[in-house]
Every structure is written in C-alpha cells, then in structure tokens.
Design a protein. Structure first.
Length: 752
C-alpha cells in the first residue's frame, strides 16, 4: 500500500508519449470525457487526468494541493479502485494550476466531495475501455471478460491480458457514454474505505519531500520584504544606504501598496534582493523606512470589541425568523442571556508563505505554496499586467496552510521582484511576516438570549452575530457579511425551538480578514454550544439529555420556510446533503457512550460536550478536563469524537484530520489571540502568539467514525468548531466557572 511513487510530470508524459499510451482527461463540463492515444497526431493537453502507458503504468495528475491532508492519496484511491489497478503500478504527479483541470481550489473541505463521482467515472470508463479492448483482441463478447488487478481476465479460457497490452487497442475505441458506465458496488471496493498510507509519507519521513523553499533555479536571487505595519499604509521615504553595504545585497525594489479592495494583492513595501537569504534578511533589518500609516492606524482591538458589543446589544438585520421571538421573549418567564467573544486568530502554518518566480519578458513561471494554483496564476498575471495564459503556475508540497495559502499575494510579490531584477527570485516570509501581515480570522461578538418552559427547554432563541466580514477584502469598506458567511454554523441552527430570530450587525474591518480552518463556524459553534450548556445547567438537567431534547426529533430542516433566502450549504445541493438532525443526534449518542458520560469524577475534573454540523459533516466532541486547584494547569486526560462524514475514503486520514483539528482548536481556544494597537499587530512569533505544545495535548484521543452510506463530506475542518465549547463546558463542570471569551488562558480558573 506504499507503492505509489512520485515522478515528474514532464518525465511521465515523455515516457507515455514515447511508448504510446492511453490518456483519459476531462473538459470543464462534469461527466464529459476525452479519450485519445498519446502517440501519433494526438497531443497531450494540460487537461489530462489519467494516463496508462504501454508498460501498464497508470499515472494520475492530482489537481488539488497537497498540504499533509493526504488528498493526492485520496484522489488516487478513487481512480485506482474503479480502474481495478494494481496499487504498486500507479504513480501520482502534481498538476500545474490551469483552468483546464476545472476547480483546483483546495479549500472548504471539498476535494473529495467534488471529485468522488467524477474520478470514479474516470476509472470506470478506462476500465470498460480496457475490457472492450481485451474482448476485441481475444475475439469474445465484452460480457465474458472482467478487469481484475491490472489485467483483463477471460475466465472461460483462463486467458488474461495486462493493461499495458491493451492500451493501443483501447485508444482506438470510441468512448462510451458515461451514463452507460457501471460503477463498482461498494462491497467490491479494494481501496476506498481502507487504511492507505499517504503517498508522500516516505519522502516526508526522510526529508526528501520538495517544498517551495527547496526550489533552486540557475542564477536565482533571494528577497526579503519589509512591509508597512498597518494595512494599506505605504512608505513615505526610506534610506537603504546601510542595506546596500551588506555583503551579498544587490538591489532594493519598491513594491507599490494595494488599492481597495485588497483581495489577494501584495501588501507593498521594500524588497531587499541578495545572492543568499541571510544577506537579504540582514539587509532588510538595516533599512530605515518612514511609513505613511494611512486610515487603519487607529485600529485598536479592545475598542473594536466594545463597539461590537454595543452593536450586538441592539436589533440587527434579521436573516432567519421562525415563529415570533419578540413576543415570546417579551412575555416574561424565565430568560437567560450571554455574550461571547472570540479574538482575531492567525493561521500560523509551520511553513510560512513563500514563492519562486522567473519572469522572462511577458511570460513567467512561478512555484508557490498555494492552495489554488489557478489563483496564483491569476494574481501573478494581474500584478504583472499580462495574460494569465502566459503564467505557468507550479504547486510544490505545502507545509500546512489552513486557508492562508489560498490567498497567493506572496506569489505576486516574487513575480514583481523577478521582473525588476531580471532574474529568478525566491521570496521567503519569516515567521514574523506571517503573523504580522496575515489574513486574520474575524474577531466576533455573539449575543444570545432565550426564554424557557417549565422544563427549562428553550421556547425562544435570539442570536446576534457581529464580526468584521471576509467580504471586506473583496468589497471596499464592507462592514456587513454576505449571506454565506452567516451560513457557516448559524443560519442552520438545528434546534427544535418554535421561535427563532437570527440577526447580524455591522463591524468594519481594519486588517485583512480571511477564511481560516472552519471559518465562522469557530465562533458560531462556540456561542451556540456554550449557551446550550448554560441552559442545561440553569434547568438542572444533564447536558447530553438536554442537548438531545433541544435538537428534537429527527428531521430535515427547511431553512427556506424560515426566511433564509439562499442557503450556501458549502457549495453542495441541499437535496443531496440535507441538514439532518438525526445524524447530529446520533453522533451525540455515540460520543457520550464512548466517553463514559455520567461517570463520577473528582472535584476539579469534568466532562463537556458540544456538537456541530460543518462542511456537511456531523461531529460531537467530549472533552475530559482536569484543572489544578490554582487554575494554572488545564490538563486533558481524554478526548472523544464521534464523526459522521458520510462515505469515508481513507479512515486513517479522517482520524488524522480530526486529531489535528482538535490540536488546532486547542491552540485557538486556550492561547491564540491577535491584538492590534495603533493599527499594528502586537504579536510576531510563537513566543507571543502561543500554540499548543505537546504537553498541552490530550493524553488520549479517540476518534469514532460512524458508518454511513451518505455521500462523502468534508473532513479537514469540521473537527475544529466543537472543541472550544466542549472544553469550556468541561471547565465549568470541573470548576463552576464559565468561560465566555477566548483565549481561556486569560481567565482565573482557580477553584475551592
């Protein structure tokens, strides 16, 4: 199962072209196939997805970015299974960024969701053509042969033909209509649903994996960029005399600041270009720059929090309404209200952004650690003022991303500098650059109020969400989110409450706001699941029993009936991926049982639960917390998760993603906070932007995958949202202290 190897795209195509082979590709219209021989008059196009050489080698060109999540493996498993390929004879190669591949956007936990059907169809179509070719060569009906492990077998005669022996005949056959191609019955899957190590693991383990920083070109220069500490600021003047004295420094290049909206444009600044990276960074330290800080120089996160709290205390724009929440809340009776706050977070992947660019006239090659090779292609083309067809966008491995690297401003920086110096240039961001000049996760204030019946169950729920929107990077001065931003975990509130009012208020953005792992689900789940726990304790009821009652009977939620005009649903059809409260209830029951919910714990220890639907996947998390008496040590002896992600391709990868999501959620919940004063980000490295260390990690993590026949759903992000509320609910159970604002490290958790 480790046998898939990496090869260069050029060498793979060269070998196939020389030998003659079978190539299966796609146009942009899903389900439309192109099938041709690689020899003779046929030319291999960048749209090629899979090729079979005359020696039988199968090559898959993976069109999504690999950042450790194992997508190159997952995509290959889909193809290889339907193709009945021998895993040891399959190779995977990274595709360049090109619109001929269709969507290459490796974000939103959608790579498997969007490719599950079509890659299976690619494999099944190639399998059928090989079977037809075998039938023709053997002089039998196609119904008498069957593909089995890289061969087509004629059981009656005992004869078999290797795939390599069939490609020439298969290439000359007409392509069958995809509607006539029969996909495998899931019971016959050989790879899908099985534990398969990621194809890049061997190289990663021995340091042979190639990332952007490993790219070397003849005559390449190195650049480090000094950027204005305030977004949209620009340099007023600078003195580079000491910089140019540093041995190895050759030139200083001015990069103009962006205009609104900032989108994915470079931030601007002064680039120091040298013969080595040390000289570039040392020369940058010696720059003397006077900045014109611009309109965002007054940004103060403490003041912004107060403004958001004031906004959340007043009626906002209503985007979902069921029943009559105002009348129910005004009728008196028992009510509960709470305000929750989450600060800005930054992605902080282990590999900071970086790119290599080589501009030659009106053409450019760029290598960038990007989540979308096509976005890098477009951003570079716009920065240089050239046609994007003249930009070749290569995508090396990524050392983590979490949404930051889908915004390829760094690729455009490298291209601009390369053009200015007339040589290939590598731009490497330092950790301080990444933290001080990121696309930050929105800070937020969530105000929630409910009235309850005699059993403490909510009969009315008012929720106001206020946060600077992602929309602000695409629309100048936007202070209100687009509807899809509210769909990340709020508009689809799953509770069985007769009176619901969901509202949003404006919040201006003074930094670049961008999507981060699980996006607005982070703060929406924190508020919703924390408040549900507060309601349970106010009612004197068990939190699990109360949560199940709050969700109510199994049903498919019809948001249109509640005034939600166009629910985003993670870019997937609602009829295929409905909001199914039965699946949410099920993961709650599973995780409660697995975690031993209800067991007696000593004082200072507690269990907390939270459940959330995100990226079409249902996750419930139970955190067992042990808080020292002085509140300084918050240990997690055990963590349990129940996950219903529909059909699972690679269980090992799903568990790994969930485990990683909890560490990521822990970093944000316990330690992470980005603050600004006078427009400047105050954090700069892992000494003041803290992330979880190994000693902070749960001692045990148990991920329980729920079997499901539903279509595949996302797994990279949905594990994050339930963690923070489950942890904070556990802290309350252990200490009696509520945590309504993050990070937890700022709270006194001592108990007596």
């Amino acid at each position: 199962m480790n046998a898939i190897i990496n090869c260069s795209r050029r060498s793979a195509l060269k070998a196939i072209g020389a030998a003659g082979g079978l190539v299966l590709g796609t146009r942009l219209i899903p389900g439309t196939f192109k099938f041709a021989s690689a020899a003779g008059e046929t030319t291999l196009a960048p749209s090629v997805f899979v090729a079979i050489a005359k020696d039988g080698t199968v090559t898959l060109f993976a069109h999504r970015s690999e950042m450790g999540q194992g997508i190159r493996t997952g995509l290959t498993m889909l193809l290889a299974d339907e193709l009945e390929a021998d895993w040891a004879r399959v190779k995977v190669e990274q595709a360049d960024g090109d619109e001929k591949y269709g969507d290459q956007y490796t974000d939103g936990s959608r790579s498997i969701v969007k490719n599950y059907q079509r890659l299976r169809e690619f494999g099944a179509t190639a399998r059928l053509l090989l079977e037809q070719a075998a039938a023709k060569q053997l002089g039998v009906d196609v119904s008498e042969v069957k593909a089995q492990n890289h061969k087509v077998v004629h059981a009656a005669s005992g004869k078999s033909l290797d795939y390599g022996e069939l490609v020439e005949t298969a290439a000359a056959l007409p392509v069958p209509d995809v509607k006539t191609v029969k996909l495998k019955d899931p019971k016959d899957f050989r790879y899908i649903g099985k534990e398969v190590p990621i194809v890049d693991l061997p190289n990663m383990m021995v340091g042979a994996a190639k990332y952007t920083i490993d790219i070397q070109l003849p005559g390449m220069k190195y650049a480090s960029v000094e950027r204005c500490p305030v977004v949209l600021g620009k340099f007023a003047s600078y003195d580079a005399s000491e910089t140019l004295k540093v041995p190895g420094v050759e030139k200083v290049v001015e990069i103009p600041p962006p205009t609104k909206p900032v989108m994915f444009k470079p931030l601007g600044g002064i680039a120091v270009v040298a013969t080595n990276s040390w000289a570039a960074m040392e020369g940058r330290r010696k720059l003397k720059v006077q900045w014109d800080l611009g309109e965002n120089a007054t940004y103060d996160t403490d003041a912004a929090r107060k403004d958001m709290e004031a906004t959340a205390s007043k009626p906002g724009d209503r985007f979902r309404s069921s029943g009559d929440a105002e009348t129910a809340l005004a009728a008196g009776g028992k009510t509960l209200e709470a305000t929750y706050y989450t600060p800005h977070f930054v992605h902080a992947p282990m590999e900071p952004p970086g790119a290599v660019a080589d501009v030659k006239g009106d053409k450019v090659e760029v290598w960038s650690s990007t989540q979308d090779g096509q976005a890098a292609q477009a951003v570079v083309a716009e920065a240089l003022g050239i046609d994007k067809a003249n930009v070749t966008s290569h995508v090396p491995l990524l050392g983590g991303a979490f949404g930051r690297k889908s915004k390829p401003d760094f690729a455009a920086e490298a291209a601009l500098i390369s053009r200015a110096v007339g040589a290939p240039v590598k731009v490497t961001w330092m950790r301080e650059d990444d933290i001080k000049h990121g696309y930050y996760h929105s800070s937020s204030v969530q105000y929630v109020k409910a009235t309850t019946d005699d059993r403490g169950k909510a009969t009315a729920w008012l929720h106001r969400s206020v946060f600077p929107p992602i929309t602000s990077i695409f629309t100048a001065d936007a202070a209100k989110p687009d509807s899809w931003e509210l769909d990340f975990g709020l508009s689809d509130l799953p509770y069985d409450i007769p009176n619901i009012a969901l509202e949003n208020g404006p919040a201006p953005a003074h930094v670049r706001i961008g999507w981060m792992r699980s996006v607005q689900n982070v703060f929406h789940a924190f508020a919703i699941s924390s408040f549900a726990d507060e309601l349970a304790h106010a009612a004197g009821r068990d939190p699990v029993e109360y949560l199940l009652d709050l969700i109510g009977p199994a049903r498919k939620i019809d948001l249109a009936a509640s005034g939600v005009k166009q629910y985003f649903n993670y870019s997937s059809p609602i009829d295929v991926y409905p909001i199914d409260t039965g699946r949410l209830t099920n993961v709650i029951k599973v995780v409660a049982e697995k975690a031993g919910w209800g067991k007696q714990l000593p004082k200072g220890q507690g269990l907390g639960i939270a459940a959330h639907r995100a990226f079409l996947t249902y996750v419930a998390t139970v955190v067992h917390v042990d808080v020292s008496k002085d509140g300084k040590v918050v240990a997690i002896p055990r963590l349990d998760m129940a996950v219903d992600a529909g059909t699972v391709i690679n269980p090992d990868r799903v568990r790994a993603q969930m485990e990683g999501a909890n560490i990521y959620g822990m970093s944000s919940a316990r330690f992470g906070e980005i603050t600004a004063k006078d427009g400047r980000i105050q954090q700069g490295n892992f000494d003041d932007y803290l992330v979880a260390r190994i000693g902070d990690a749960p001692r045990e993590v148990h991920v329980h995958l729920v079997e499901s026949t539903a279509p595949p759903a996302g797994v990279g992000e949905p594990g994050v949202p339930p963690f923070a509320p489950a942890l904070c609910n556990a802290i309350f159970a252990a200490t009696g202290k509520r945590v309504r604002s993050l990070p937890i490290s700022k709270h006194d958790l001592s108990w007596t």
